[in-house]
Design a protein around this ligand. Structure first.
Ligand code: DC
Length: 221
């Protein structure tokens, strides 16, 4: 295997992208970049500053003053806006349920895609999101499209939430995930679609280790 490749992992909400991407990055000693966290970060900041979530121009100006950064930490990477740790805050339901609106704004995407390309430019990166294989890193050496049924994804999110003390019912989670899939797949700019050269991996009946192994096999090929 070439040493400093780019690995793009795309797919719908809660398909296991970030869990798997982190583990693959660790195995390869690569940097992991969670692009969803960047869309969540600007959504959080806009909500905190009362900026309308569909006002692209205002969101872009807000982004100009917003440094989004990642810091390695155990058990999970920390996400910062300027000097504020927002790792937990961006996972709260208010952010989760509003992020699709912000992620549909053209100027926001343009700016964040640029930042993501800069992060990935030297390779040795595992980047997860929705449009990594199609738009952010069209030349990535490895492209994976991870999917799982809505039921399975809701159940996974439910278990994660229980650990974090977030109490949303399974039915509501299923509805929210289906709704986010719909918004992410039907938006005009960079909708969630599988890149032509991406390999589809359905994780519905696989455990995490199985998925990581499958992706490592694909990388090594
Ligand atoms: O992966 P996630 O659930 O943290 O992503 C949050 C939202 O950001 C999701 O609704 C879609 C959007 N997103 C995007 O449009 N493009 C990306 N590359 C990553 C996430």
């Amino acid at each position: 295997m070439k040493n400093n490749i780019q690995i793009a992992i795309d797919g719908p909400a809660s398909a296991g992208k970030s869990t798997v991407a982190k583990l693959v990055a660790k195995k390869l000693n690569y940097v992991y970049c969670d692009t969803g966290a960047m869309y969540r970060a600007i959504t959080f900041e806009a909500m905190a500053k009362n900026v309308a979530l569909d006002n692209d121009d205002k969101l872009v100006s807000l982004l100009k003053d917003t440094i989004i950064s990642f810091k390695p930490a155990n058990p999970e990477q920390l996400v910062y806006i300027n000097n504020l740790d927002i790792t937990q805050a961006i996972r709260q339901p208010e952010v989760t349920n509003n992020v699709s609106t912000v992620a549909a704004q053209e100027g926001v995407r343009k700016e964040l895609v640029k930042r993501q390309q800069e992060i990935a430019e030297d390779g040795s990166i595992v980047m997860d999101g929705r449009d990594i294989g199609t738009t952010v890193l069209p030349n990535a050496e490895v492209k994976i499209f991870l999917v799982a049924s809505v039921k399975e994804r809701a159940l996974r999110r439910f278990k994660e939430n229980q650990i974090k003390g977030i109490n949303t019912t399974l039915d509501v989670l299923e509805f929210e995930i289906a709704e986010r899939d719909r918004k992410d797949s039907t938006r005009e700019i960079s909708p969630l679609i599988q890149a032509k050269d991406a390999i589809l991996v359905d994780t519905t009946s696989m455990n995490i280790d199985g998925v990581v192994q499958k992706i490592m096999d694909i990388i090594n090929k």
